[in-house]
Design a protein around this ligand. Structure first.
Ligand SMILES: [Mg+2]
Length: 269
């Protein structure tokens, strides 16, 4: 991936794949997938030592999509990496397909079953701890939703990661300010989220979760003694003007005309 325009184009392509999958399968969680596309693009194209060649190597970096309801964004990226085929993508949610609404670890490239929210950071802690014990060099990345920060298990994992000095663990919060039924701040206030992770002993940075350069810089920053947390400010439904920050699109499915309109906005030929 040569430059920032290529990365932007790829994010738009991934967004359109997400839209098409939702439309074809009549499946929800579209806006939650769109909010984390830029994060997933930067992680897979700029950060992870992970590709179709080293997918089974013990030394590969690990990525866990803790917000498993955003599975279509992950599937679209795995398709771009030639790990999932076009046929796989077209089978999304169909009977017998492994491309379910939440990631299934039987699929190549999926490290953990997620979507029962609040578990991904604990899984990441276990992987990062085993890496430390085995003196491996790989990194572990976990992408959380802001809604998952309501879960006690997330904070137990945060405490554990810090106590065990899991310096090869990086978590990113897709802070889109919504959860399924409402504004995150109204459902259960998270502020000040950065200070909270700081107080749990993490190295914390805050970033525009749609700025590829900033994301790359922040996610690459490491502290030799601490786990890293990137609080990424995002917009739910990002990239499609009539979906942005409209929580109806948590469950709504785009019709054909909305799909065409989104395609034009994303500049897909
Ligand atoms: Mg959210």
């Amino acid at each position: 991936m040569k430059n920032r325009n290529d990365l932007k184009k790829l994010s738009n392509l991934v967004r359109f794949e997400v839209l098409k999958m939702s439309h074809a399968a009549n499946a929800p969680h579209l806006a939650s997938s769109l909010s984390c596309v830029d994060i997933i693009t930067v992680i897979y194209k700029k950060i992870l030592n992970f590709n179709s060649e080293n997918i089974s190597c013990a030394s590969r970096d690990r990525f866990i999509l803790s917000k498993g309801h955003a599975a279509t964004a992950l599937y679209a990226m795995l398709n771009h990496l030639n790990i999932l085929s076009r046929e796989d993508i077209l089978s999304y949610t169909k009977r017998g397909s492994l491309l379910e609404e939440h990631p299934n670890p039987k699929l190549p490239g999926v490290e953990a079953a997620t979507g029962s929210l609040g578990h991904g950071l604990s899984v990441g802690c276990g992987i990062a701890l085993s890496s430390k014990i085995n003196k491996s060099n790989f990194e572990t990345f976990v992408l959380l939703s802001d809604g998952e920060c309501n879960e006690g298990s997330t904070w137990e994992a945060a405490l554990f990661a810090s106590a065990k000095k899991l310096n090869k663990l990086t978590a990113i919060v897709d802070f889109n300010k919504w959860q399924a039924t409402g504004r995150s701040q109204k459902v259960l206030g998270l502020d000040p989220l950065v200070d909270k992770f700081h107080s749990f002993g993490w190295d914390v940075s805050e970033v525009d979760g749609h700025n590829h350069d900033e994301l790359e810089t922040c996610i690459k920053q490491k502290n030799k003694d601490k786990p890293s947390m990137v609080v990424a400010h995002t917009v739910k439904g990002k990239g499609v003007s009539f979906m942005e920050d409209d929580n109806n699109w948590h469950y709504r499915i785009p019709n054909q005309s909305e799909l065409e309109k989104a395609k034009r906005e994303l500049n897909i030929k």
